[in-house]
Design a protein around this ligand. Structure first.
Ligand code: THG
Length: 369
């Protein structure tokens, strides 16, 4: 497949950090929530090796916030997710599948509870704001729904604590996973969460002022020299190895949360009210017929831009690979695939066509071990 340049316009939004990541040598973008999201700097594999050893600063402004405030905000947020938020606390982040009336997935945001009547849904790539506004109008909720100017900088990698302590002070080391707090830098308060789309540990800074954010970006590099800081981005290899799922790639609005292994985030027995609850009860009772699994393929390269079908030795369909990459750790191609029921037992064999050649592979559990 040929590579074409992608032409920028107002519709394809830049971020406050775009000029900076270009100065740092960004070499590829994807589009996420109608915004530029970097995918590589040196190369996906070189970025991966660096991320696992040092610390990187990521422009993940494309993880947009849907802000929901007002008297009925908690009711609306709960209506959108099958995760029970009735005991949720201010200062905590909740990974929460959003579900439609058919019981299918709409998005998988991190929901940040800023106050009992103020929520930020830190969304993956789908237009959650219109879904929320439609529900609010239909239910006549007393809420305000906006996309505030919040642009996340993620600081990821094993040395991220050291760099963040240099900027925000030693106390930031105490911040627990999926908690957030405000920390000061140059007399300004920043919302910092311990989270991020890698398993190399790290933080996310939700920046609410463009100029301050650009200065913070530069300061992270000034202070990070001794930790070998680099510009980075969510890394395809690392996130597949870590089984961090990507809405639109690994799952989408044709899939329900049980098929995607979100069982622990589905609350059917409490008395909360959410869209699709009866459908999910029915689906659970009937049982699912396919689910997301890992796959390992005996090859050293792959490029996925649409689903690829897997077959057994009799040409029956085993499932479809939805994301995959060569893993230097496992020395194979690894991927995330929707696997049909008779085949999802670990170790089932399949064959796959990669650029005209047939390669063998096996189904395995997620996460990869
Ligand atoms: N950070 C923020 N917003 C985001 C993402 C992010 N929005 C888009 C996208 N990423 C949302 N998807 C995910 C997917 C996985 C995780 C976070 C966001 C994640 N999962 C952990 C895991 O799977 O181990 C923890 C889940 C849990 O058990 O609670 O971190 O990255 N701001």
């Amino acid at each position: 497949m040929k590579n074409f340049p992608i032409i920028r316009s107002r519709r394809l939004r830049s971020t406050p950090y775009t000029d900076r990541i270009e100065a740092h040598g960004v070499s590829g973008y994807t589009v996420y929530n109608h915004m530029l999201l970097p995918v590589s700097f040196k190369s996906v594999e070189a970025d991966y090796e660096h991320l696992k050893k040092f610390v990187q600063v990521w422009d993940v402004a494309a993880e947009r916030q849907v802000q929901i405030t007002g008297k009925d905000s908690a009711e609306l947020v709960q209506l959108m997710t099958c995760r029970d938020l009735s005991n949720s606390k201010v200062g905590k982040c909740y990974y929460a599948p959003l579900i439609d009336d058919q019981g299918n997935l709409v998005n998988d945001p991190i929901i940040n509870k800023l106050a009992d009547d103020k929520w930020w849904l830190s969304i993956a790539d789908s237009d959650v704001i219109f879904f929320a506004k439609g529900l609010a109008a239909g239910y006549k909720f007393d809420v305000e729904i906006t996309e505030p100017n919040v642009n996340i900088l993620a600081v990821q990698g094993p040395l991220s604590d050291n760099l963040m302590a240099r900027i925000f002070g030693e106390e930031i080391r105490q911040l627990k996973f999926f908690n957030f707090k405000y920390y000061e830098f140059k007399k300004r308060k920043y919302f910092v969460a311990r989270s991020g789309w890698s398993k190399q540990s790290g933080f996310e800074i939700y920046v609410e002022d463009d100029l301050a954010g650009q200065d913070l970006y530069d300061q992270l590099f000034e202070n990070g020299k001794e930790f070998n800081v680099r510009a980075g981005c969510p890394n395809l290899i690392e996130r597949i190895e870590s089984a961090l799922l990507s809405y639109g790639n690994d799952f989408d609005n044709r899939d329900n949360p049980f098929e995607v292994n979100f069982d622990k985030f589905v609350s059917l027995d409490s008395n909360i009210n959410f869209l699709g609850k009866d459908k999910l009860k029915q689906i659970k009772q009937d049982g699912i017929k396919r689910k997301l699994m890992g796959v390992r393929i005996d090859h050293n390269q792959i490029n996925i831009h649409s689903e690829k079908t897997l077959f057994d030795e009799n040409d029956n369909v085993v499932g479809q690979v939805r994301s995959a990459a060569y893993s230097p750790k496992f020395k194979k191609v690894i991927g995330i695939a929707m696997i049909n029921k008779p085949y999802w037992d670990a170790k089932h064999q399949f064959k796959i066509d990669i650029e005209g050649k047939i390669f063998p592979g096996t189904v395995c559990d997620l996460p990869f071990i």
